[in-house]
Every structure is written in structure tokens, then in C-alpha cells.
Write a protein that binds this ligand. Sequence first.
Ligand code: ADP
Length: 488
Amino acid sequence: MIEVKNVSGGYHNAEILKDISFQVEKGELFGVIGPNGSGKTTLLKTVSRILDVKQGEITIKERPISDYTAKEFAQLVAVLPQNTAQTFSYTVKETVSLGRYAHQRGLFQTMSEKDEAMIQGVMKQTGVEGYQDVPIDSLSGGERQRVFLAQALAQDPEVLLLDEPTNHLDIAYQKELLDVLKIWTKEKDLTVISIFHDLNLAGLYCDRLLLLQDGKKEICDQANEVLKRERIQTVYGAEIEAHPHPKVAKTQMMLVPRFFGRQRNNIITKDLLKITEEKITLQTEAPLRTMSSGVTGAGVGWHNTFVNRHVDRNYHCTDHKNEMKNYLIDHGFHPNDTVGMMTAVRLSDVAHQFREGEGFSALIVVTAATGNAVDASMGQERTIPYKPGTINIWVLINGQLSEEAFIQSMMTATEAKTAAVKELGILDIETNTQATGTSTDSILIGASQQGKMLTYGGTATPLGQLVGKGVYQCMKKALENYFNWRNN
Ligand code: ADP
């Protein structure tokens, strides 16, 4: 649809764009990103014919843009510039109506029914129809931005060029505006080139991105390819981390502030562990990055409070998450900060170890009972009533774990748990085969994310060896305590 071939250009005495080439397909929402002064606005002005192409060629629908008459070009391409200055006090509807001029004929231009329908349609879609009779200069920056988008859409263009359309908008309107644009690209085959400051919005909404640096094309590719941590860090000169969006298959970039907390190498110590009959708790000075299956704080997060709470053997609650949350609040813990687990095990039977590796260390805490032991490999439906008996494992590490190391630590801890259950000959009472754990086990891997970088946590690595051995020994000790208590 749009082809930019080896284009150089810029201003009268300043060549900004250097040998830029890319193509935009029909119906694509195409994003242009790059640091301040990298040439994004200059590029958009060149495509919209405000600035001349000095070298190379730009074609739209395979025709050089310079070949179109002004009216033809206005029917084909609409532009939403960055700072839309409005000198006359038009109403919202009058402003939007200006978008129809390129489509009107004859000397006495009047609005047709089609024009009117179009104007009402775009005002509705951009959420400005409610104040169509209000003068535009009485609106907020964000509202005005939507009016100008409505004006551009009223032009019913095939191509829409936008310079930071979400600039003045709060997140709800950012989403609404970009959702509208996305719908127009899909349903009306509208082709959009838009400049973005916000890399995350660019990544979320655009099929492909062009990254500019110093007037040159750094890369033009799929959003997830362009938004690579190292690349963005180099081009923008700022420390960032990349993380997958939890719902959309897109990368999101996160800034890392320079002062994100005092560096403390060993924030997890064994003295922090508090064991009473009612609960085992540990609170750290700074939050740990966690992956867990706790009753609260499950999944990936940051938590500074860890609670393994004793519940009665007959504990039964329809909404155990909420009940746990209230328990935490009643005991002075903040549920948002807490990975909370429950167990009917006698808490004095807990086993824990503080183990030191080279440059890192870990506190391992295990409570275990096997009343509910199962053999995971049998996939057996449970007919015997649920009995209390749960294995809760905490592995808290002073060190920086990669995502891989978190997952591998979880695997290693689970394998060590199963080895201990096997060694003690615990059977699945339903199938009478070797048990692998219990049906209600929980696990927590937490890491200070400071100090030594631990990239891997598999069983052959120093971290894996420490976790495997520590969990195995704690498991055996906790189960022995449990059996001693049960047999007495
Ligand atoms: P971006 O939109 O990526 O922030 P611009 O395209 O606005 O970058 O600017 C790119 C370069 O062009 C900058 O170095 C800027 O100073 C220069 N520039 C912008 N406008 C003009 C102008 N009217 N005359 C000369 N140079 C300009």
C-alpha cells in the first residue's frame, strides 16, 4: 500500500532522514518508534507531503505521492499532527465536519446525508458525540485529541498518519482510541502509520514496528523482534527489562529506576523464621521475587511476608482464599505482600535448613504430612474422603534467579520431595502404589534478586544441588517428625 524506497530528506538546510526504506501493507497498523530527535515526525511529514523527498521515492497504491493532486491526496490520506492548534472557536461537530471537505463537490458545498452519517458515526466511535455543540476550545487536551481523530476519520481516508495520537489521553482513552483504530484497520482496511512514544502501546497494537535512530532505520520487523531488551536499551540508552504481557502474546518493556532499593546481599537469614503452634512466619526487609502456589500470593510476584498457617484437621471453608485473606489481615499482615499457605500439620514438626553455596545461600522450610498421599502417575479419581495432610515447601534464596532458574528450582525441589516420599515408602491409599506427594501440596520459590546471578537451577547446577539436597533432607526430617507424632 505504502512504499518508502531509499528516502533521504528533511528540512531546507538539514538532512534528517537517511536512506530509509520500508513498506506498509493495506489494513496494517504500523508503528514508528525511536528516541527524541530520531526523525519520526520528519518521516511522517515527508510521507504526508509537508516536507519534500530529497532522494528516493514514496509511493501510495504504487503511485508516487507527488503525482496526486491536492484533492486526490486529501481523499486518500488523513493526517493527525502532534500539536493540533485551533485558532477558531468551532464547535466539535463543525471541526469534525471539516474532515468531509475533500469529498464535497461543486461551488456551493453542502453536506449530503452521507456526509452527515459519516460525521455522526465517527463522533460516536471516538466518544465525542455527547458534546458536539460545545466549542472545541473549551475541551480538555484529551477530548480535543479525540475530536481531531474524529475529523481525520470523517475524511474516510485509506491511509491515516498519526503523530503520537495518545499523547494527552489517560489510559482508558488510550485504549479506546487504539481499539477504534485497530477496528478500522480490520473492518475498513484502513492503513495506519502512527508514531508512538510509549513502546508498550506500540508493541501491543502494532503488527510491525519501525525503529529509527539518528534519522536511520535501525530495524523494521514484527513488534516482538523490534522490542528486544538489548536493542531498546542500546538505542534509548536506558536500563529496561522485557516481560511478556500476561494476556496478549506481546513483549512489554519495563523501566528499571536507578534507585530501586538499597542493595542488601543476604536479606534472608535463619533468625527471621518464627515458629509457633499457630503459624510459621518469615518477613524480609525487602520483598523477594516469588513463584508460588500459595493460597494467597500465588503465581509470580514480589512478597516480603511468608506465612504457613496451622488449620484444624476439619478445616473446611467454601471460600478459603477469602478466609485466608481475612486471617492475614486479623494478624497484622498485608495480603498483597504475603504468600500464605495452610496445613493441618503440627507446626513444631517443621524441618528447616540454611545452606550456603558459593556466593549464594538458601533457607529451606518444609512442613509435611501424608494423610492425603497420591501417586501422580496414576491420575486416579479420588473416592476416599479427603484427609488433612499436605506438604508445604519454601525455598528462599539470597541470589538473583533467572526465570529459567525459578522454574528449574521448582522442578528440582519437586523431584527431591518425591524422592523423600518414595524413600519412606509412602503409598497412595487409593491405588496402593508408590505416592509422589499429596494432592494439596504447595511450593514457594523466593529470591532476593540481588547478589550472585544464578542463571540455572537444574539438578546438575550449584543452585540445583543445594535446593535438591536441602529439600530432600528437610522432607525426610519433617516426615519422620510427623510419623513419630502420629505413632505416639
Ligand atoms: P522525533 O519526531 O523523532 O522526535 P524530529 O523528526 O522531530 O524527531 O526531529 C529530527 C531532527 O530534525 C531533530 O534533530 C530536530 O532538531 C530536527 N528538526 C526538526 N524540525 C526542524 C526544522 N524545522 N528545521 C530544521 N531541523 C529540524
